[in-house]
Design a protein around this ligand. Structure first.
Ligand code: HQG
Length: 182
């Protein structure tokens, strides 16, 4: 049996990026039928049960997934590259948000602003530590401070996924600064 981290990665890949890789269909809100997922994953050599799925959803460190109220469907709450996906409500962001990245991306970011790259949205966090962790995944971490208050008053929309991650379509350079190290 694969461990929970492997199952979480598998579910992230299927539900955010490539449901078709196992033949699963998602609706336009990103929901896939759990019974189908189990059947199709089994065929591709990843045995899943409803108990394993429930356990991964419940105990996932970043609460990446949600199960529908009737218990029949599952979706990723953020991180999609798929176009057809979760409709987020636009809401007022906090004054500032953080974005963790790697030093090697800084020149390009200060040229083009933050762009979603493969995903649908740029991911931001309210919490500094999360930004450092996200940055460390890509190399030497550097934290950018996003003037979300100004962006919002200039008409940019912000969304928050169920797990607290903040999303916006892009962040132009003028709203970005590198965090000063003490
Ligand atoms: C960078 C995790 C060059 C951007 C986290 C980042 C997050 C640019 C990388 C979620 C750029 C994209 C997303 C530009 C942005 N030039 N590089 N103009 N604009 N970048 O993995 O934000 O564990 O797609 O700084 O918690 O790192 O997967 O995005 O370094 O919420 O659930 O391009 O992934 O969640 O990398 O992470 P990613 P991310 P999970």
């Amino acid at each position: 049996m694969k461990d929970k981290v492997q199952i979480s990665r598998f579910l992230s890949y299927i539900l955010r990026h490539a449901p078709e890789s196992i033949g699963l269909s998602l609706d336009d809100q990103g929901w896939g039928e759990i019974s189908q997922l189990i059947l199709l994953a089994q065929k591709k050599g990843t045995p899943l049960t409803i108990e394993i799925i429930n356990d991964v959803v419940k105990t996932n460190d970043k609460k990446r997934f949600a199960i529908s109220e009737d218990g029949l469907f599952i979706r990723a709450v953020q991180g999609h590259s798929l176009k057809t996906t979760v409709d987020y409500q636009a809401i007022t962001p906090p004054k500032i948000l953080y974005h963790g990245t790697a030093t090697r991306f800084i020149d390009s970011i200060f040229n083009q602003g933050l762009i979603p790259n493969g995903r649908q949205y740029v991911h931001l966090s309210q919490d500094h530590k999360t930004a450092v962790n996200v940055g460390n995944r890509h190399g030497k971490a550097v934290v950018l401070i996003v003037d979300s208050e100004k962006m919002f008053s200039d008409g940019f929309e912000f969304y928050q996924a169920d797990n607290g991650v903040w999303l916006t379509l892009s962040v132009p350079v003028k709203y970005l600064k590198i965090e000063e190290k003490e």
